[in-house]
Write a protein of this length. Sequence first.
Length: 199
Amino acid sequence: MTTDVDIANKALYLIGDTRIASLTENNKRAQVCSEFYENLRDAMLARYNWQFAIKRDAIAASVTAPAFGFDLAYPVPADFLALIQANEFYAAPSLNDYRTSDDRDWVVEGNQILTNWSSPLKIRYIKRVEDPNQWTALFIEAFAQALAIKIHRALAGKAKLEELRVDYQDTMDMALMRNEIESPPEVIADDSWILGRLP
């Protein structure tokens, strides 16, 4: 079983520092790890469509409509980090020569998804995954390396920063490759211009 402290200790080990027993310890190592941990975790989760972090939901519209532009606003779930898909809609570039208005079907603004689509809105999104036991082994390694890079300067630089960056990039490349292997390619729907050329 992997804990947040285990991952923080991996990062500390990478920069040549000593272990901690808790992220709430009253010492600089724990304080620095705690300072970066949650924001960095969420940023790394939101950066890619990690298979272990994808979630589906059907959400209800807010009673308060947007001031203009769209008819409905849908508050995002509490664990929402990034939107992948809305109502099974695949975004494709518009091939209109002239636009007189915003032609997007949906947009994320703040903590809401704005659209004209009726409730409930079906979404696929990247969720916040706080339990490291739900992460892949490669994501854990990449996250520990990214955390090491973040805490490096604050803890006196006991490792070579460039080596940490190279190790992190190598692990991220492997993690992303594995993530893509586990996810079959999604077919993007043809737009009206392509369909109009069919016999």
